[in-house]
Design a protein around this ligand. Structure first.
Ligand code: UD1
Ligand code: UDP
Length: 367
């Protein structure tokens, strides 16, 4: 059986790399990898870490390109790759435009699609945008649905996806996290090497979502600046996403602020170690809502909604919204109220046990 795995952005690569490794090991399966390179540098960082050399690289990234441009270029590129590879199945991940356009290209050639990280929903088609709709559309193209949690399975059942096509596997992000979190690691980044993690409380910040670009991002960064100015034992580390719009907003609001470090995106291993040594995390990332609880770190999610309510229910993630005052107050609370901090800082792992890739591979083989 020939399996073509397709991904294009940093988080997809992190979550698909351990699966590709697993597929490669299985006798009877031939693994072919295509990257769309919707991201370039941020994707290459992950490929390097996991020592993956793709068989095909569509190289679609152009600075500041629109979602329509990404979709069109992936759709056309995938048509060529599918014609050449003739896979028995295409595996896609999650909710990016690479995911949806690749699934659509496979559908046009009547090649079955397996959807990894299926069934997450906010039920707001514009938030996250365009991810919620990418995920729904991919779900309706897919033949096999690898759902991380029971809630994700229930979401799919509500959309009349057949029960016998849905498999609860856990999230492959935990597989990825475990491969790097357990290894000893010393920072090589100069900024991180200079930070005294024992005497200072570090807050890791990331922010990139399209629906947060503009006013929301200014509010979020202003709240972060307020915290940095008020607490002189706090250091903020923000590896800024390479999206030029995000970088401009970060520079405008946070640039030059004392104890705020705006750095380049980190390789996954140093980033996981940064999260593990941080006091808490402020983010709008999807994947970090899954990783940080496993590391026992409180997370303030700077979004109005989340498709990952499991960790909110477990008490380690709080939805902080996108208003400056609320984000500031919740961060201040975590810095000043030990009881609230301790209640959030507990390792919970509703997203998997590190064996998702083995399960997915076994299911594919059994078919
Ligand atoms: C994309 C995904 C989003 C995912 C996120 C993870 C879509 C529409 N968006 O959002 O679902 O959560 O990735 O980070 O699928 N850039 C670089 N180098 C890189 C990466 C990006 O320069 O390695 C710059 C380019 O100018 C690019 C821009 O960032 O045009 C935006 O990238 P894009 O993939 O369109 O959107 P993201 O916001 O990264
Ligand atoms: N990450 C990383 N380096 C960084 C910032 C994030 O390796 O500098 C990892 C993080 O641990 C998580 C993923 O990238 O696994 C999150 O990616 P992103 O926030 O771009 O996308 P999302 O999770 O929102 O889809």
């Amino acid at each position: 059986m020939k399996i073509l795995t397709v991904f294009g952005t940093r988080p997809e690569a992190i979550k698909m790399a351990p699966l590709v490794r697993q597929l490669e090991k299985e006798p009877g399966l031939e693994s072919v990898v295509c990257v769309t390179a919707q991201h370039r540098e941020m994707l290459d960082q992950v490929l390097e870490l996991f020592e993956l050399t793709p068989d095909f690289d569509l190289n679609v990234m152009k600075p500041n390109q629109s979602v329509s441009q990404i979709s069109t270029n992936v759709l056309l590129g995938m048509e060529r790759v599918l014609n050449e590879v003739q896979p028995d199945m295409v595996l896609v991940h999650g909710d990016t435009t690479t995911t949806f356009a690749s699934a659509l290209a496979a559908f046009y050639q009547k090649i079955p699609v397996g959807h990894v990280e299926a069934g997450l929903r906010t039920y707001d088609k514009y938030s996250p945008y365009p991810e919620e709709m990418n995920r729904i559309l991919t779900g309706h193209i897919a033949e096999l649905h690898f759902a991380p949690t029971e809630r994700n399975r229930q979401n799919l059942l509500k959309e009349n996806i057949a029960d016998d096509k849905i498999f609860i596997t856990g999230n492959t992000v935990i597989d990825a996290l475990l491969t790097v979190a357990e290894k000893p690691y010393e920072f090589e980044d100069e900024t991180l090497m200079r930070i005294d993690f024992d005497r200072h409380r570090v807050i890791t910040v990331t922010c990139h979502r399209r629906e947060n670009l503009g006013e929301n991002m200014i509010n979020i960064f202003s709240a972060v600046r307020d915290i940095a100015r008020e607490f002189d034992d706090v250091e903020i580390v923000y590896p800024v996403h390479l999206n030029p719009k995000v970088r401009a907003a970060a520079d405008e609001v946070l640039g030059g602020t004392e104890r705020v470090h705006l750095i380049q995106p980190l390789q996954y291993q140093p980033f996981v170690n940064l999260m593990a040594r941080s006091h808490f995390i402020i983010t709008d990332s999807g994947g970090m809502q899954e990783e940080a609880p496993a590391l026992g770190k409180p997370v303030l999610v700077v979004r109005r909604e989340t498709e990952r309510p499991e960790a909110v229910e477990a008490g380690t993630v709080k939805l902080a919204g996108v208003e400056r005052d609320t984000i500031y107050s919740l961060a201040k609370e975590l810095l000043t109220d030990q009881r609230i901090y301790d209640a959030m800082a507990k390792a919970v792992n509703p997203y998997g046990d590190g064996k998702a890739c083995q399960r997915i591979t076994d299911i594919i083989k059994s078919l």
